[in-house]
Design a protein around this ligand. Sequence first.
Ligand code: HEM
Length: 133
Amino acid sequence: MIEFYPQIKHAHIGLALLSGSLFALRGALLLAGARWPGAAPVRYLSYTIDTALLTAAMMLLTILPGALYANGWLAVKVALLVVYVVLGVFALRRGRTTQARAVCYVAALLVFAQMYFIARTHHPFGVFYLLGW
Ligand code: HEM
């Protein structure tokens, strides 16, 4: 399996970008008042992408578990994933007011960006590490 590691990692990165882009699009359209971003086919597409993303993540970990024992970047990324999912649920479904949904939407996008930078830098501080803080 190790020979497929680079391909699986590229799939993981592509799926992560796809997942984040679809969330950004759905959230923006919902906030603009469109109804279809919450429709079943779009939701199922989103579940499919997220399942493939996490499957690729588990494959990477199974092949090379080293990231688990690195400087904590992966643990912080997974913890932020939980925060992102909760914010996403409030942004797309459970937020009571438009304002609450908008705040959760922006916060979810910021958390997603931080997860991306954490992964790219392999550092738990992510974007703050890049900025030299
Ligand atoms: C349970 C969730 C996740 C786990 C266990 C996980 C695990 C991993 C692992 C093991 C790697 C390979 C690291 C390496 O070979 O250096 C990786 C890479 C990566 N992950 Fe995830 N991941 C998860 C979710 C996500 C999410 C939600 C994103 C989107 C923000 C993401 C973005 C990335 C990126 C961009 C890389 C490439 C890092 C590089 O350039 O080396 N991951 N992930």
